[in-house]
Design a protein. Structure first.
Ligand code: SF4
Ligand code: SF4
Length: 445
């Protein structure tokens, strides 16, 4: 089996086995066993939701340390537009971009430049009538992985284009190759990332070959040094680097990508639960009158990534203010635009993580068993067994990873565990008593 790369990790020492994370995981990728959480690798989409909800800080995201830059002779920063929302009273993004150069980068290419080109290319593609509508944005890598894991029927609706950071990296490398004498492996290209899913997508791209990004540095790691560097800058030192406008920077917040398409029939949803609701409605063919659907797993869009420092709503408000000082767009498709640079080069295939078996007959047999076991469980989805729901426990049982005795309530129902029910929380006792009463035909005490 291929070893899967993930940027979200567990610190087992810190984990208290409290089960807070298991229900929030959108792909049911977490189990608690022996008072410790485990992540099922092929289900995890690196959304970072478990990092948000863990009260013991046992889940964390890995990104490249700043000294990774030292491996390269020429270093390029690719700042996500969400970075601009981290600074109060920012009126000129050149302060941020010049600050990055003062910190040790030799050049900077804005991801928002790539975003404006992707917006322009998407507009052309939408007009062509070649795309399956409603078209779903493929920019959020956690959404991309969520769709291939839980909603594979919707893969056909995904926009088959690379993310803005991939295009920005290609532009940056091309410029460096033309203006410096450095060889490719002497040039380091680093994404300044708001979330772990983007780092995973860089290290393990699903829809294209590697795009030459050397690593991803978390916004929260670079922020303290960058803000100090910016504070020391004089206005004479500011370099005119900025090469993007409202359309590109707008991608940092939910709705920004869709607004850049200049279409009316679009929907933008953010936050993992809202995203799942929209995908379920889409699967039920309730949203077929839309042209475009923008989905971001993080609340507020990329500004809500777990590797940012600022509250997403504050960051969004700052970006709104910054718009006053920006042109609408600085980038459009030239006649010689290379479409091959942005298209997917690999087919996105459904993830096998949710399949019970490769063999259809075996899968059907296991599904029948799963349903029988699920029907025998209490249906409370309490999580005490360490699985997020009774159905998930039933699935673990048919896969051979758990046993029916892992359900404490099931033990009582089939004959008691010798302790009676008094040790259970009240709601569970009531449920068990009611079921007993119904089965016995008596409902009076
Ligand atoms: S939320 Fe999950 S990872 Fe955090 S302590 Fe509880 S069980 Fe462990
Ligand atoms: S990062 Fe997301 S998908 Fe992965 S274990 Fe955490 S909540 Fe689940």
């Amino acid at each position: 089996m291929a070893i899967l790369f993930h940027s979200v990790r567990l610190d087992a020492e810190k984990c208290q086995g409290c089960t807070n994370c298991i229900k929030r995981c959108p792909t049911q990728a977490i189990r608690v066993r022996n008072k410790k959480a485990y992540i099922i690798s092929d289900r995890c989409i690196d959304c970072g939701e478990c990092i948000r909800v863990c009260p013991h800080h046992a889940k964390y995201a890995v990104s490249e340390p700043f000294n990774e830059l030292l491996k390269y002779k020429y270093r390029i920063a690719l700042p996500a537009p969400a970075l601009y929302g981290q600074f109060n009273n920012l009126e000129n993004v050149d302060y941020v971009l010049t600050g990055l150069k003062k910190m040790g980068f030799d050049d900077v290419t804005e991801v928002s430049k790539g975003a404006e080109l992707i917006s322009a290319a998407t507009r052309v593609m939408m007009e062509s009538g070649e795309l399956q509508k409603p078209v779903i944005s493929s920019a959020c890598p956690a959404v991309l992985r969520l769709i291939r894991t839980r909603f594979p029927n919707l893969i056909k609706n995904l926009l088959p284009m690379c993310a803005p950071v991939d295009l920005a990296a290609k532009i940056a490398r091309k410029k460096a190759a033309e203006t410096t004498g450095y060889k490719e492996d002497e040039i380091g290209v680093f994404f300044i990332t708001p979330c772990p899913a983007k780092r995973t997508a860089i290290r393990n791209p699903l829809c294209h070959e590697s795009d030459g990004i050397s690593g991803a540095i978390a916004i929260k790691d670079i922020y303290p040094v960058l803000v100090q560097t910016m504070d020391r800058l004089t206005s004479e030192e500011i370099e005119p680097i900025n090469d993007s406008g409202i359309i590109g920077v707008g991608w940092a917040s939910s709705g920004g990508e869709a607004a850049g398409l200049l279409k009316e029939r679009y929907l933008a949803a953010d936050g993992i639960e809202n995203v799942i609701n929209v995908l379920e409605e889409l699967e039920d063919e309730k949203l077929n009158d839309l042209d475009f659907i923008e989905l971001n797993c993080c609340t507020g869009g990329c500004v809500g990534g777990v590797l940012t420092v600022e509250n997403p709503y504050v960051a969004k408000a700052r970006l709104q203010r910054l718009r006053k000082f920006m042109p609408v767009s600085c980038n459009n498709l030239e006649d010689d635009f290379n479409w091959d640079e942005i298209g997917w080069t690999k087919e996105l295939t459904p993830s096998p993580a949710m399949k019970l078996a490769d063999n259809v007959i075996k899968a059907m047999r296991l599904m029948t068993q799963l349903r029988e076991i699920e029907a025998s469980l209490p249906g409370l989805d309490c999580g005490i067994c360490g699985a997020p729901s009774c159905r998930a426990l039933a699935e673990d049982i048919v896969r051979g990873y758990a046993e029916e005795t892992d359900c404490v309530l099931h033990n009582i129902q089939v004959g008691g565990n010798g302790k009676g029910e008094d040790w259970l929380p009240a709601p569970f006792r009531v449920k068990v008593l009611n079921e007993d009463a119904n089965e016995g035909g008596a409902n009076e005490s």
